[in-house]
Design a binder for this molecule. Sequence first.
Ligand SMILES: Nc1nc2c(ncn2[C@@H]2O[C@H](COP(=O)(O)OP(=O)(O)O)[C@@H](O)[C@H]2O)c(=O)[nH]1
Ligand SMILES: [Mg+2]
Ligand SMILES: [Zn+2]
Length: 293
Amino acid sequence: MTGRILKALSGFYYVADEGGIITTCRARGKFRKDGISPLVGDIVDYTVLSEAQGVVDTVHPRRNEFSRPAVANIDQLVIVASNAIPQTVPFLIDRICAIAALKNCDVLVCINKCDLDRAQELYDIYAASGIDVLRVSAETGEGIDVLREKITGKLSAFTGNSGVGKSSLLNALQPDFALRVGEVSQALGRGRHTTRHVELLHLDCGAEVIDTPGFSSFDTQELSLSLKEHLEETFVEFTPYLGKCRFVGCSHTKEKDCAVLEALRAGEIVKSRHESYCRLYDELRDVREWNTK
Ligand SMILES: Nc1nc2c(ncn2[C@@H]2O[C@H](COP(=O)(O)OP(=O)(O)O)[C@@H](O)[C@H]2O)c(=O)[nH]1
Ligand SMILES: [Mg+2]
Ligand SMILES: [Zn+2]
């Protein structure tokens, strides 16, 4: 049988076949020997041994994998943001956009709580940078149909700072989910309840989603090194200018005759995006090979 791992808990893998029938599986011993562990999102071959119990035999090649949270085969990162409480700063979004590009994921910036704040500035940054951006409200239902369309037929991970409304949006997409919705702590401006284990959920529309705990979960050293090497390529709107700077190895932060900086001055690259690029460049400057293990 072939299926998808929906959940991993204490050494058990919950594998769904095409019809949604779930088999609780152990992984074959060879996985541990080879140092491979099956991940939520993996497509696997498995054998059903007895009633609803089985064993994972092989893991299919992955489109990508993440270690925190431990998931594989993400097609799209839905970056949920808000300009109400809590406010999302562009840097957090840009950081995730860069990671998405690195991991071969599509990106959708989904601005929630538009019933409270239209987030014009945020919206304009992404609209002008060629990044898919959408305004929604889990409260009023604005934009939910469009969001549903954009996630259908894909495996999307919903990410974003705590309290922006990830769980609420999933509930709005499919009301019978009844995901635990945290109350925003007024004092902290961030969610109190975080979603704990990673689980892949099926929506009736044919979308598959993962509600991830938050931004920090994408932080790892190995990611940093690879981001350092490919940073300029992860800013999609820089693409037309790469290779056109005067200096080979131009960092696009302060050099003379830098094509990226010229595009910035001409208004073809958004200032806030370039600022995030420079900040990431600075953060990554000291990342070295030996830090990765
Ligand atoms: N006004 C308004 N409140 C929202 C909206 N979406 C979520 N909330 C509220 O924001 C808080 C945090 O939502 P939650 O879904 O738990 O955020 P998560 O931490 O990202 O999963 C809850 O109190 C929600 O009721 C929205 O579109 N408009
Ligand atoms: Mg949540
Ligand atoms: Zn340059």
